[in-house]
Design a protein around this ligand. Structure first.
Ligand SMILES: [Zn+2]
Length: 327
């Protein structure tokens, strides 16, 4: 019997045990090589771009550099998503390893228990990792001539708990009994390729997004929902009626369904609530996990660390709790 990829040795190249066995020097070298790949880890000043920095550690021993050109100090995380970091570097590496190993998602409370950090610190750190993942999807266009893509939508949020007594219960399917908070995640997914998610109030609102993110000449698969009818003028379409079959004459949305399977499990099993302002971030996380699912966990950690270290400080989350507690 052939072995599943995730069970193979090739899938498991970095364990949490290895991360914790790494010395401070090992961790520093790893971060330096990921931050400054073009100089093989030699520091490049984020203030002036000079490559004439030297090690000038803080009194507590933590790694810091000083630029000979502009005489400013910087660290391996200055000017990145992990700027002004509070945890030791190994803590970030451990967080990223835990986050990648937990293939459906990781919630902030569990991470705070794993790493002995506050819930707030874990919440912000996880959202920064989602921001880093989203970086890869900026402006991404999928498909092309001879390629096939799938489009589908799934609803999240707006749950209304049924009343205790049956006589007080209402028909939750009716618009007037809904909270108005329900949103739809739309995924466009190239078969054997990459994906892009977006969040809308309804499937019909997704038309211009799909046209912008799916290249001309792509064969687009969708289910029978009338909201996708508008795509026929732009793409060669294959429609599948799920009341008849999940796959017929080459038409199916199974790749898109895989994405929803993963994000649903993240919602139900890990986060319990992913709707609201950060729904897109959770969708981007599930997309990244889907698209990189056949990559070894060591490569995933290196890739995500690289994304975090090449991204500017977080717009949403730098000083998040300071702002939120003040208001
Ligand atoms: Zn400088």
């Amino acid at each position: 019997m052939s072995q599943h990829f995730l069970q193979s040795a090739a899938a498991k190249t970095l364990s949490l045990a290895q991360v914790f066995r790494m010395s401070d020097a090992d961790t520093e070298t790893m971060f330096r090589k990921i931050r400054w790949p073009e100089t093989n880890g030699a520091p490049v000043c984020p203030h002036c771009g000079g490559s004439n920095g030297y090690e000038c550690r803080r009194p507590n021993g933590s790694l810091r550099f000083r630029c000979r050109a502009c005489v400013k100090d910087f660290t391996v995380t200055s000017g990145t998503l992990f700027a002004s970091h509070k945890l030791p570097l190994r803590g970030y590496l451990a967080a990223i390893a835990i986050f990648c190993n937990e293939v459906k998602g990781k919630n902030a409370l569990a991470l705070s228990r794993d790493l002995g950090i506050s819930y707030k610190a874990a919440f912000v750190l996880l959202h920064k990792l989602r921001e880093a993942m989203a970086e890869e999807m900026k402006g991404r266009v999928v498909g092309g001539e001879g390629k096939t893509a799938e489009v589908d939508g799934g609803y999240f949020g707006g749950y209304r708990k049924p009343a205790n007594f049956v006589e007080n219960r209402v028909d939750r399917r009716l618009a007037r009994h809904q909270t108005g908070k329900r949103k739809i995640v739309v995924i466009v997914r190239e078969r054997s390729g990459n994906s892009v998610p977006a969040v809308f109030k309804s499937e019909a609102q997704a038309m211009s997004f799909i046209r912008a993110r799916v290249a001309k000449g792509t064969v687009v698969n969708a289910d029978e929902a009338t909201s996708w009818d508008g795509l026929h003028g732009h793409f060669e379409m294959k429609r599948i009626n799920h009341e008849q079959a999940y796959s017929m004459d080459g038409a199916c949305t199974n790749w898109a369904e895989e994405f929803f399977s993963r994000i649903r499990r993240a919602e139900i099993g890990h986060h319990h609530h992913i709707a609201g302002v950060y729904l897109l971030r959770y969708a981007q996380e599930a997309t990244w996990r889907e698209d990189n699912r056949r990559m070894s966990n060591g490569d995933q950690v290196a890739r995500l660390t690289g994304l975090a270290l090449s991204r500017k400080p977080s717009v949403d989350f730098a000083g998040y709790w300071q702002r939120h507690l003040a208001s």
